[in-house]
Design a protein. Structure first.
Length: 321
């Protein structure tokens, strides 16, 4: 029985790590027969995991999203990352305080003793470098706007402009939402304003989305190479720093945004990685700035940044030895 349980956990871990698994490959990984894999998949289904059989030459399996959230399986690093993220989750998003605390208690309760001690030692106190200008945003508002961005549906919302009078009625804005970003401790929506026929940037804390959303649209091309360039030019005009580069960081966008600096652009790539764009006066200084984040990273470009990073790595290696 214990052998079967261990095999089920191993199978679940494999299904969570990759979208599609050929049945033969699963059998090889688990060192069992394809028939045993089929039986184990049926056991996972009985436990509430929505494992779907996929068609193809060899056939396979996929772990789909279900109506209910079944138990999840984390390795040690993932469990620690989740615990730390939950402690800092309320920095810029409101309405999740109680849920974050309950989730942290749940994760901690099922941790083995060795991990629980590490988590208890990581009592994080968030020092907000943008406390004088940061605005928190309700999580439901972010979800509503994010869903409109992903579905490419026209978003209608009331917008509290600073110069507008409380007694003055302002018609709802109608915007084709393009991207949801953070800049300098605030959330912004970049979109095409249908009334003004131009690109606009809206502070999310001033938005009140309306339902239902409007019709679907074909996404327009930004008047810039990417969202980072557009946001940077929108707030700072032509950047005075001559060196500009970007990298993919293996860390949550919300964590990097706290420390990246006011002129940085942070964009979520996956729930655990983000794209960071920075500027500096020199390529070496820019490479050093990227290196201050304690996470794995991959330089996107330009080549001058990659060359500076290689030179800096060689210099540090020589200094360390």
């Amino acid at each position: 029985m214990s052998e079967t349980s261990a095999r089920l956990l191993a199978l679940l871990s494999l299904l969570q790590a990759r979208r599609d698994w050929p049945g033969i490959l699963l059998a090889e990984r688990l060192e069992v027969s394809p028939r045993t894999v089929r039986r184990d998949v049926d056991r996972l289904r009985d436990l509430g995991y929505p494992v779907r059989a996929t068609k193809g030459p060899d056939g396979g399996y996929r772990l789909d999203a279900g109506a209910d959230l079944p138990p999840l399986l984390f390795d040690d690093d993932q469990a620690i990352a989740v615990a730390v993220a939950l402690q800092t989750a309320t920095t810029t998003v409101t309405g999740i305080e109680e849920g974050a605390l309950r989730a942290l208690a749940t994760v901690r309760q099922v941790m083995p003793a060795r991990l629980r001690q590490r988590v208890d030692a990581l009592q994080v106190t968030t020092v907000d470098r943008y406390a004088n200008r940061r605005t928190t945003v309700d999580s439901e508002k972010l979800i509503a706007i994010g869903m409109a961005v992903r579905a490419q549906e026209v978003l209608r919302f009331d917008y509290a402009s600073p110069g507008a009078s409380e007694d003055e009625w302002v018609p709802p804005r109608k915007v084709e939402p393009h991207h949801l970003v953070t800049w300098g401790g605030r959330w912004y929506l970049v979109g095409w304003d249908l009334e003004r026929k131009d690109w606009r940037t809206f502070r999310v804390d001033r938005m009140t989305p309306k339902t239902p959303t409007g019709p679907r649209f074909n996404q327009r091309e930004l008047p810039a190479p990417d969202v980072a360039t557009y946001i940077s030019s929108r707030f700072h005009g032509q950047d005075q720093n001559p060196c500009r580069g970007e990298a993919i960081l293996q860390a949550k966008a919300s964590d990097i945004a706290q420390w990246a600096g006011r002129g940085a652009f942070v964009e979520e790539v996956t729930p655990t990685s983000c794209r960071l764009v920075l500027t500096a006066w020199s390529w070496t200084g820019l490479a050093a700035t990227f290196g201050m984040f304690e996470c794995d990273l991959e330089f996107v470009g330009p080549q001058e940044l990659k060359d500076a990073a290689a030179q800096l790595a060689a210099r540090y290696q020589e200094a360390a030895s």
